[in-house]
Design a protein around this ligand. Structure first.
Ligand code: FAD
Length: 415
């Protein structure tokens, strides 16, 4: 793989950009791999990359039914933060946030990480107390976050209305090194770097069955034929229940659509991310100038990767109370992704009842920020056959043992 650099751009400019090579290879599947990852979203691709980079395991395939990054990884609102409540969540999200800091250099691919700061508003007394509790937990864990007053919030976000009639802004939790990154670029960067190390990324190849014998997994059936493997890692977000069913076990996960929308582009007016959990909406401004707005998940299970009218109405109505200026914006487009929700709103990274089958799912509405840390921890598990410290608390058996990692209160909008 040729390095991307200022020199490379100059060289290609001089020859009318005819010399760029494809960012990743598109091979036909081999008969057998040491490990197969199902799902070329950010988590699957990061797992493949760290398997190759950290563990030297390169005879790996990432099998994707559509195009890489076409699932939730390419549909999210790109919020990155690590100020969660529970120690195990803080550990994996902070690992991730810190990996994001120099991911562009590591991958030699500009993922446009922008640590512009994430502000979570407190608009009820209850929420204010919840953020105080999270702030204390963050301090104990050594995670940088700050409690801020309404006056400070007005300085950080001048377009905000802090004295709203129903839900005045009473304070907030501010993580200055949180922010955003370009979601597609994260998938593309991991894909390119993994492919360069020998990982086969096989797109347009749907997994239709999992083969097993008495000792465990033996391979998969796909629309491009059967492939053998002794290690299978399922990383398919909203389709996790479907894949688990093929492998012969059940997951405590529900799939629902989560939606987002963007406005027409306007001049720069907000240089951080604001989450208003009580009114249920959050907003940032993209580099193009669009206001990127996220809402809540559907209240019923479904596999619809589309938006719906009532969500636009609910989300925009909620946000207008806190940002009156958006009432004059035209909304440009909306979309949805299928998110995989667990009861405690924490992910599952672990072994499964089928020997050789590993699972990474349950990131729900907030897994974009976790991609590097999750890939790191999942690669450790696939390489060793068992999770190490970062992933161990997120095992599947926590639901039968009652060891919940409750993040539902800590993150009402859960991003
Ligand atoms: C609207 C929206 C906003 C969000 N906002 C944020 C946010 O601001 N911050 C944040 O941290 N997170 C956010 N998220 C959540 C985040 O996007 C996800 O948690 C994360 O992208 C999950 O990544 P993944 O790699 O696990 O799954 P995905 O990116 O969904 O990848 C899974 C892949 O598996 C493939 N697949 C499925 N079935 C099969 C099969 N049978 N065979 C082969 N391949 C298969 C799919 O095609 C897909 O490409 C948001 C999600 C949505 C939908």
């Amino acid at each position: 793989m040729r390095r991307y650099s200022a020199f490379a751009i100059a060289r290609e400019a001089a020859r009318y950009h005819t010399g760029w090579e494809r960012a990743w290879r598109s091979p036909q599947p081999k008969a057998e791999y040491d490990a197969i990852i199902v799902g070329a979203g950010g988590h699957g691709l990061a797992t493949a990359y760290y398997l190759a980079k950290n563990h030297g395991i390169t005879n790996v395939a990432v099998v994707e039914k559509g195009w890489l990054g076409g699932g939730n990884t390419g549909r999210n609102t790109t919020i990155i933060r690590s100020n969660y409540l529970q120690p195990s969540s803080m550990a994996v999200f902070e690992k991730s946030r810190s990996l994001y800091e120099d991911l562009s250099q590591q991958l030699n691919y500009n993922i446009m990480f922008s640590p512009r700061g994430v502000l979570m508003l407190a608009q009820t007394e209850h929420e204010k107390r919840a953020w105080e509790r999270t702030w204390h937990a963050n301090r104990i864990a050594g995670i940088e976050s700050e409690l801020v007053t309404p006056e400070r919030i007005k300085e950080i976000v001048p377009i905000i209305e802090t004295g709203g009639p129903r839900y005045p802004v009473l304070g907030g939790l501010w993580q200055p090194r949180g922010g955003t990154a370009r979601h597609d670029a994260v998938a593309w960067g991991y894909a390119r770097a993994a492919s360069a190390m020998g990982v086969d990324i096989i797109q347009q190849c749907e997994v239709t069955g999992v083969d097993r014998d008495a000792d465990g997994v033996t391979g998969i059936q796909t629309t491009k034929g059967a492939i053998r493997t002794k290690k299978l890692c399922i990383v398919v977000a909203g389709n996790s229940g479907v894949l688990a069913d093929m492998a012969g076990f059940r997951l405590p996960v529900e799939s629902v659509a989560l939606q987002a929308l963007v406005s027409e582009p306007i001049k720069p007016c907000m240089d951080c991310v604001v989450m208003a959990n009580t009114v249920h909406g959050y907003m940032s401004q993209s580099d193009k100038g669009e206001m990127v707005i996220g809402g809540g998940a559907d209240g019923f299970n479904n596999y619809t990767q589309r938006g719906s009218f009532q969500h636009i109405e609910e989300t925009v109505r909620a946000l207008i109370e806190t940002f009156p200026m958006i009432s004059r914006l035209k909304m440009l487009r909306q979309w949805g992704g299928i998110v995989d929700m667990t009861g405690d709103r924490s992910p599952i990274i672990g072994t499964t009842p089928v020997p050789g089958v590993f699972i990474n799912c349950g990131w729900g509405t907030g897994g974009f920020k976790a991609i590097p840390g999750s890939g790191w921890a999942t690669a450790e598990m696939v390489a060793d056959g068992a999770p190490r410290a970062l992933a161990a608390p997120f095992s599947l058996d926590r639901f039968t043992e009652g060891r919940m990692i409750d993040e539902s209160v800590a993150a009402a909008v859960a991003h």
